[in-house]
Design a protein around this ligand. Structure first.
Ligand SMILES: Cc1ncc(COP(=O)(O)O)c(C=O)c1O
Length: 360
């Protein structure tokens, strides 16, 4: 129940599209089909109320290579890597913590604030943390691992700050179609701050939503022509082309996957509600309701203290439940549990946790 993919079969519209595509026996170098480009522009317009220019799209085989390329292109010309500071908001999906370091850049942490059951951005610390070496902010929206959706005001404030301080907002929106509430809608960062769109690099993908992470098809949307050119240049030769069949997967998902998606969200919401009640019923554990993703962020600090655990993640693994340790994301008080599985499996996971605690 750790890595962020689902135990559900990929929608039939995708496997059918793949079957049809393999009947055409040419798998040479392939650019994004125009039908996919229209499916994506329609998807942005219809689902996110976001009108995009197809000329601003660049296809990449995965969000992480896109984030890495984005961090590289924002570096100041003629500087050493470490002279470029990238701001992140921990606890956060660990590659966002690792990418700047891997590139030799300087990561600057601006931890999220937790108050009254809500996580929010610390704007005061953020403003104080931006220096003349800062080149970008890496954002996960909705935020993995806490499942937080940012408000339009927060996104606007972030993007306008980036414009003002001449830095780039790299917005990883891979979880944007996993909103668990009917009355809440994902707001693309570049839309929330429309007049600051040139400061934003948006990265999206069908991979989490349709359980096709192994297909590796993502896109970057960059409206600043100079930044887009640099991004394309950076990806050239170092980032492979999107595999031919992955375009087929993405097009089928964006064009025809929404009925399946609506059933998925109902199932995930019910799992979330079950898990929320079950976890909060176990002594020493607690979790808040989340807005998005299928990842529960479980506060285990009381359990760790009560049971005097040296390694809380190992305790759960020993009980037969594999979770992601919060320390990976920057907060060892938590464990992350993936609830995108059958209810039966989820109940079994909860039972194992409950029994292991009772036996201790
Ligand atoms: C916020 C976030 N970004 C990126 C990724 C990985 O994207 P990809 O597999 O397309 O590189 C994940 C996967 O869990 C994620 O949660």
């Amino acid at each position: 129940m750790w890595v962020a993919d689902m135990e559900f079969a990929t929608p039939k519209v995708i496997t059918d599209a793949l079957k049809e595509r393999i009947e055409h026996p040419i798998f040479g170098y392939t650019a994004a089909p125009l039908t996919l480009v229209s499916a994506v522009t329609d998807y942005c317009a219809n689902r996110h109320n976001w009108t995009i220019d197809a000329n601003c799209l660049y296809w990449v085989p995965g969000v992480l290579p896109a984030l890495t390329a984005a961090c590289q292109v924002v570096a100041k010309k003629g500087t050493r890597a470490e002279e470029n500071e990238i701001i992140v908001f921990p606890p956060v999906y660990h590659p966002l913590l690792e990418i700047p370091e891997k590139l030799g850049q300087t990561r600057v942490d601006v931890p999220m604030i937790y108050s009254n059951g809500q996580w929010s951005l610390n704007f005061e610390l953020l403003e104080a943390s931006i220096t003349n070496k800062t080149v970008a902010i890496l954002l996960s929206s909705p935020h993995n691992p806490m499942g937080v959706m940012f408000t339009a005001e927060e996104l606007y404030q972030l993007a306008s700050l980036c414009t003002e301080r001449k830095i780039v907002l790299i917005s990883d929106e891979i979880h944007c179609d996993l909103i668990l509430h009917d009355d809440k809608k994902h707001i693309p960062t570049a839309l929330a701050a429309a007049e600051h769109h040139h400061s934003v690099i948006t990265i999206m993908s069908p991979s989490k939503t349709f359980n096709v992470a192994g297909a590796n098809c993502s896109f970057a949307h960059i409206t600043d022509p100079c930044l887009l050119k640099k991004f394309q240049h950076e990806c050239h030769y170092t980032v492979p082309l999107v595999p031919t069949l992955s375009y087929t997967v993405a097009e089928a998902a964006y064009a025809n996957g929404w009925q399946w998606h609506s059933e998925l969200i109902d199932y995930l919401r019910a799992n979330h509600d079950y898990l929320h009640a079950a976890i909060n019923d176990i002594d020493g554990l607690s979790m808040d309701r989340i807005d998005a993703t299928y990842l529960a962020w479980i506060d285990t600090r009381h359990l760790t203290k009560n049971l005097k655990l040296d390694d809380t993640n190992a305790f759960f693994t020993h009980a037969g439940v594999g979770l992601s340790p919060g320390s990976q994301f920057g907060d060892s008080n938590y464990q992350r549990l993936n609830f995108a599985c059958s209810r039966k499996q989820l109940e079994e996971g909860v039972d194992r946790i409950r029994q292991a605690i009772a036996k201790r």
